[in-house]
Design a protein. Structure first.
Lengths: 219, 220, 241
């Protein structure tokens, strides 16, 4: 083994990497929020049973789940160019991640709603609650518990997936790492440190989610 | 004629180029899924048997593959092999990483499958005079398999899609081929749609097969 | 007073209720017995508007449940209902389960609603379980919780839909005791049940349902001890063995 490791350049750039990690978190969280809203909408459309609109939701969900995330990224990056639509790297990443998140979360939400027994609705109505009250106080809190764990996983996935951004020239953690690595030729060292940062981020999300769940779900 | 011209840059030979690339995607995925499943089952069994000790060692190790982006893993290993004196080509190092990645995912699934078999069922098997291995082969395997088949299918489909990332190492599978074609034809939209359909065509049989098995097992 | 007049109800081709007429007076306890699928539970759902009807009418205190202009949410406040599957809200503690509806439906202040809930829970013997989540309680306790929850709305009527059917045998007694207590307090109740002994001891009248019609209606002495209809005799013979 005649390779000598050089860690100095990496540690000198550590602040840059950590800053880029924040960018990763930002875009992942943003994509998650957009994904939650759109995913909820898709789930409602799909459950509505109206043929005229369910096909849109179904197509979206199937495409998001059955094609590689990278292909989706390329689609927003290059495919839209065919229509003269050129997004900034940030928007490409945000759109692709949101598209993917929404597709997966839609199925999660649908599962969550079917997991709450229909008798819960009957019981709430029989107490004189209105339909909005029934959903807000009785159904949705229970759905939230069912989808909480899958949603946490999707958040982790959102962070991991955002690494693809380096392929469309966005400088989040991976993009920044690639940039710095190619400047210094310490590819292995840089990516190893980045791997550690990703690992820590994922653990923080999972840990935070667990703490929050203790507070939220005491039953 | 204006509208037709959108498709002219894309030729029949390009379709063949993509088909070949799809073959490579299939090859690397099948390798990763089959070998990864094999390792994953062994790891899952170790985790289930080893409990705390296995969790603290093997469990932590496997967890790394699930907590670091696959693309980072690929770049890391591709650059690591030369350091320890192996010069692996993109296909070989891509396969190694995908196998490790798959086995980490399957291990979690397999462990869940083994743990899903009730202790009383296993005691019943042993009380009939079955050996440990007979119990594992004739009781735990069939019951656990049914319990986790959907999860395993999810992993397999995920690996098929994630194999697209091997393209960053330069291995010309489906996604890399699409990049090459996009550059040449300047028809990104058409190329991406066709490649999307290829992925769909590859994953569809797997999900159908799994759904059919699930249905058949439900009724007997 | 609940007046059910000529009610018909079908699910698709299946006619579940065929011309049901029944009047329940204030303070009366009516037990409804009959085989599964005879339409007993469906009738309860129709009374508080959880199911629509195809013909006839149901009046509660003179108000037509199924008239288009009826405010069902308001009407349901005076009709408490307890279901076969204990429908406690799993994400709320026992106290919150009971206090929620008085607070958001009746608009009572939080403390008043909680005080009311404490009282009702003590009433059904759950005074020591206020901060427990339903998943930690037995089926019988959850069913009593459901009763307390309905009672907290101070309903004029209580509907019980096979409330002991899903319970382990040893838990049936505690729930029936609670029902007995309510009847002694003068609550107007319609009790769909398979507990023939309970129907005989507690009810003022017993209705025997058979294939969507009331086959026999009268005092427990008449319907259970000396049934005239052959269908009733057959059903009772089956249940008793």
């Amino acid at each position: 083994m005649d390779y000598t490791f050089h860690w100095r350049p990496v540690f000198r750039q550590l602040p840059d990497l950590l800053e880029a990690a924040l960018v990763t978190m930002e875009v992942a969280v943003l994509a998650m929020l957009v994904g939650i809203v759109l995913g909820m909408l898709l789930a409602i459309i799909r459950m509505s049973g109206r043929r005229s609109i369910t096909w849109i939701a179904t197509t979206w969900i199937e495409l998001a789940r059955n094609t590689p995330a990278l292909l989706q990224l390329f689609f927003f990056g290059f495919g839209l160019g065919a229509f003269g639509l050129h997004l900034s790297p940030f928007l490409i990443v945000l759109a692709a991640l949101s598209f993917n998140n929404a597709g997966y979360l839609a199925e999660t939400f649908r599962g969550g709603f079917t997991a709450v027994p229909p008798t819960q609705k009957k019981a709430a109505l029989s107490l004189g609650m209105t339909l909005p009250q029934t959903y807000l106080r009785i159904i949705i809190p229970q759905v939230l518990r069912v989808v909480y764990h899958p949603m946490t996983n999707q958040m982790v996935w959102s962070v991991l997936m955002s690494s693809l951004a380096m392929l469309v020239g966005y400088r989040e953690l991976s993009g920044e790492t690639q940039f710095l690595a190619s400047k210094t030729y310490r590819i292995f060292e840089f990516f190893l440190v980045t791997a550690v940062i990703y690992y820590v981020m994922v653990k923080l999300i999972l840990g935070g989610s667990r703490l929050l769940s203790w507070k939220l779900f005491r039953y | 004629m204006e509208q037709v011209s959108v498709f002219t840059a894309f030729q029949a030979s390009d379709l063949w180029f993509l088909t070949e690339a799809a073959g490579r995607t299939l090859l690397i995925s099948v390798l990763a899924i089959s070998i990864g499943t094999l390792f994953g089952c062994v790891f899952g069994w170790l985790l289930s048997v080893g409990r705390g000790l296995a969790d603290a060692t093997l469990g932590v190790f496997l967890d790394v593959f699930r907590s670091v982006p696959l693309i980072i893993q690929l770049i890391l290993f591709y650059n690591f092999f030369p350091i320890i004196g192996f010069n692996l080509d993109p296909f070989a190092s891509g396969t190694v990483v995908l196998v490790l990645y798959t086995s980490a995912l399957v291990a979690a699934v397999a462990r869940g499958g083994i743990d899903s078999v009730p202790e009383v069922t296993r005691r019943a098997a042993r009380s009939l005079g079955m050996t440990y291995w007979q119990d594992l082969r004739h009781i735990v395997w069939p019951i656990g398999l049914r319990a986790v088949l959907p999860s395993w299918t999810g992993v397999a489909l995920g690996v098929l899609k994630d194999s697209a990332l091997v393209s960053v190492l330069g291995y010309v599978e489906l996604l890399r081929a699409s990049q090459i074609l996009m550059t040449r034809t300047q028809e990104p939209f058409v190329v991406l749609i066709i490649v999307g359909m290829f992925y769909f065509a590859l994953s569809f049989p797997i999900s159908r097969l799994s759904a059919r098995l699930e249905k058949r097992w439900q009724y007997d | 007073m609940i007046e059910i007049k000529g009610v018909k109800k079908s699910f698709g081709d299946l006619e579940v209720l065929r011309d049901i007429t029944l009047t329940v007076d204030k303070g009366e306890v009516i037990s409804v017995i009959g085989a599964s699928g005879s339409g007993k539970s469906t009738m309860l759902y129709c009374i508080n508007g959880l199911e629509s009807i195809n013909a006839g009418s149901i009046l509660v205190d003179g108000e037509d449940v199924h008239a288009p202009g009826t405010d069902l949410n308001k009407l349901r406040r005076k009709i408490g209902m307890v279901f076969q599957q204990w429908n406690s809200f799993p994400h709320l503690t026992t106290l919150e389960n009971v206090a929620l509806a008085p607070r958001i439906v009746l608009g009572k202040p939080k403390e008043e609603a909680r005080e009311l809930a404490r009282k009702q829970l003590a009433h059904v013997g759950l005074g020591d379980k206020l901060d427990v989540y339903p998943s930690r309680m037995s089926g019988g306790q959850q069913q009593r919780l459901a009763i307390a929850r309905a009672l907290a709305m101070s309903p004029g009527y209580m509907l019980f839909d096979e409330v002991t059917s899903a319970l382990d045998p040893e838990l049936v007694g505690e729930v029936l005791d609670t029902l007995r207590l309510l009847s002694e307090e003068g609550m107007t109740m319609i009790v769909v049940t398979h507990e023939i002994g309970f129907a005989r001891d507690v009810s003022d009248r017993v209705a025997f349902f058979c294939e969507g019609v009331i086959e026999e209606l009268g005092s427990p002495d008449e319907v259970i001890e000396n049934p005239r209809s052959e269908q009733t005799q057959k059903f009772l013979a089956n249940v008793r063995t």
